[in-house]
Design a protein around this ligand. Structure first.
Ligand code: GAP
Length: 524
């Protein structure tokens, strides 16, 4: 069984660096110091993301008769999110470090044990401050560290900002033994503020009115794509003539003002979701949740995430979202630990009922066969697009030792991306850029393939170097036009090229006319 706690920060650092160096993902507004929790996809990253979204859409919408698509607005009416419970309850507990002012998720603080040093204030000459503060020391730590931290805390209130904290005299020192406490910052031992709820939604103004009182002047950036599916359920039903069970799928941006965005794109403030709301009869909800779980695990396998790196967490009672009767989290072994990739939740009739109640408009479904009217239940497979891209990149990255043509060993960096999601499907090289015929044929191959897939033409440097550059960005196939293509050495090989495989580095000869069907077969 895999170790779910295993982390490999060095590997993660290499992946982040490759992503920037080769144009997969950049920090947003890097020029100005970066916008925390926001990311821009570069020329290669955007291709991976598009491939993933297109494949998800094909599998879940185009190849299914029972699912239709939707593209809802990002700006969301506040009544929608009041009805769904997001305005009142979409929050995380948050606390601040009294010393560094860092903001932390209270529910993610590791419990710690040790001795807490408490103080009631500090003084210096005529000046004094009376405020409670405390520092937690773990076993074996010197008490002077607590005093130094406390002085740094009280120095913030001194009018002379250049005064050394050492000049302060601490007041009212006492100690307590603490076990499994989450009241102290694990980074520096400083006391944290009491946890308070922090709503994660981005609120914005609509139109010219700036009054907070005007309900039509306030909108939210949606925190999940799901709500427009629920609010458009009736319209989709009436216009598409779908019959329960059926689903509505959507891919789009969602926004959450995460307290601690972290782990590269994993927890972002702006991200994309790929969601399906699959409407069904109440008695089918639990069974369909299990079926969707299997369906989604197969999907991940089909894009190159192996089953043994995926874990299913049956989320226990008390930890599920307020609307859910059953939730499976599909988790993946990222280099920073085993973390959620997707949630498959049985949302019951919670959302449709709430929208019916708050809007005062009927959202019931009439079953022609049984003549029954009811509010459908819903099963929701909700995947994170950015998280899946990150999982694909993490899974693909490999450094392997290989021997070059001269027998020298070297490290080859290779992104073993599944051909379905690889940003460039094939690179086309003339062996010699000075050979006009090789260049002409290479360009011809490029133009014949580019209508069907993303390809790349490269004529600079030795062919071995060109292969390595493509390995590093995950191009599964390289096509080389050489002298044999021209039929100069062996007339039988005329109009054939070398097809080189990224993973095995093996090469085969293939007729130019067979390239397109062969590549289409590999990438679809
Ligand atoms: N409609 C249900 C819903 O939104 P969720 O578990 O909060 O459920 C679903 O989100 C998926 O969206 C997650 O499994 C994750 O892949 C992605 N996601 C959620 N918050 C994210 C964030 N801050 N950054 C990146 N992806 C996120």
């Amino acid at each position: 069984m895999a170790d779910k706690e295993y982390t490999d920060p060095e590997r993660m650092e290499k992946i982040v660096s490759l992503c920037k160096r080769r144009g997969f993902i950049y920090q947003s507004a890097e020029l100005y110091g970066g916008l925390n929790g926001c990311w821009d996809y570069g020329p290669l990253g955007v291709e991976v993301k598009r491939n993933l979204k297109e494949y998800w859409w094909r599998r879940n919408v185009q190849e299914r008769e029972d699912i239709v698509g939707l593209d809802g607005s990002i700006l969301t009416h506040q009544s929608v999110l009041t009805a769904s419970g997001h305005v009142g309850g979409f929050s995380d507990p948050m606390c601040d470090c009294l010393l560094s002012k860092a903001r932390l998720r209270a529910d993610q603080i590791e419990p710690q044990s040790g001795t807490a040093y408490h103080y009631t204030g500090a003084r210096e000459s005529e000046w004094s401050v009376a405020r409670d503060f405390a520092v937690l020391l773990r076993e074996g730590e010197n008490e002077n560290r607590a005093r130094k931290t406390a002085r740094q805390y009280y120095a913030q209130f001194h009018p002379n900002k250049s005064l050394s904290p050492k000049a302060l005299e601490l007041v009212g020192e006492s100690t307590t033994e603490e076990e499994d406490t989450t009241r102290y910052n694990p980074e520096n031992g400083s006391l944290l503020t009491e946890a308070r709820e922090f709503n994660l939604m981005f609120k914005t103004q609509m139109g010219a009115s700036s009054s907070e009182e005007d309900p039509n002047a306030v909108a939210y950036l949606r925190p999940e794509t799901a709500q427009s599916i629920f609010t458009q359920f009736k319209n989709v039903l009436d216009t598409s003539r779908m019959k329960v069970p059926f689903g509505i799928a959507q891919i789009g941006k969602a926004f959450r003002n995460e307290i601690n965005p972290r782990n590269f794109t994993f927890r972002s403030r702006e991200f994309e979701q790929m969601e399906i709301e699959y409407f069904c009869r109440p008695e089918d909800g639990l069974r369909l949740t299990d079926e969707w779980l299997e369906n989604r695990l197969t999907f991940y396998n089909d894009i190159g995430l192996p089953r043994e790196k995926l874990h299913v967490l049956d989320v226990p009672d008390g930890e599920r979202a307020h609307y859910s009767k059953k939730t499976y989290d599909i988790e993946f072994d990222f280099p920073f630990g085993c973390q959620e990739l997707e949630g498959v939740a049985y949302r019951t009739d919670y959302d449709l009922s709430k929208h019916q109640e708050h809007s005062g408009r009927p959202i019931e479904y009439f079953d022609e066969a049984t003549k029954e009217k009811f509010i459908p239940h819903v099963v929701e497979p909700s995947a994170g697009c950015d998280r899946t891209v990150l999982a694909l990149l993490c899974e693909a990255f490999e450094e392997e030792e290989v021997t070059d043509a001269k027998g020298k060993s070297e490290v080859r960096t290779v992104m073993r991306l599944h051909p379905r999601v690889a940003p460039i499907k094939a690179a086309i090289f003339p062996l010699l850029k000075k050979n006009e015929e090789q260049v002409r044929i290479s360009r011809e191959i490029q133009h014949s393939l580019e209508r069907f897939m993303n390809v790349f033409y490269d004529q600079t440097g030795a062919v071995g170097r060109r292969y390595r550059r493509q390995d590093e960005v995950g191009t599964p196939f390289c096509i080389t036009v050489d002298f044999e293509t021209l039929g100069e050495e062996n007339p039988e090989l005329k109009d054939t090229v070398t097809l080189r495989h990224r993973d095995s580095m093996e090469q085969e000869r293939i007729a130019i006319s067979d390239l397109l069907p062969r590549l289409l077969d590999e990438i679809q």
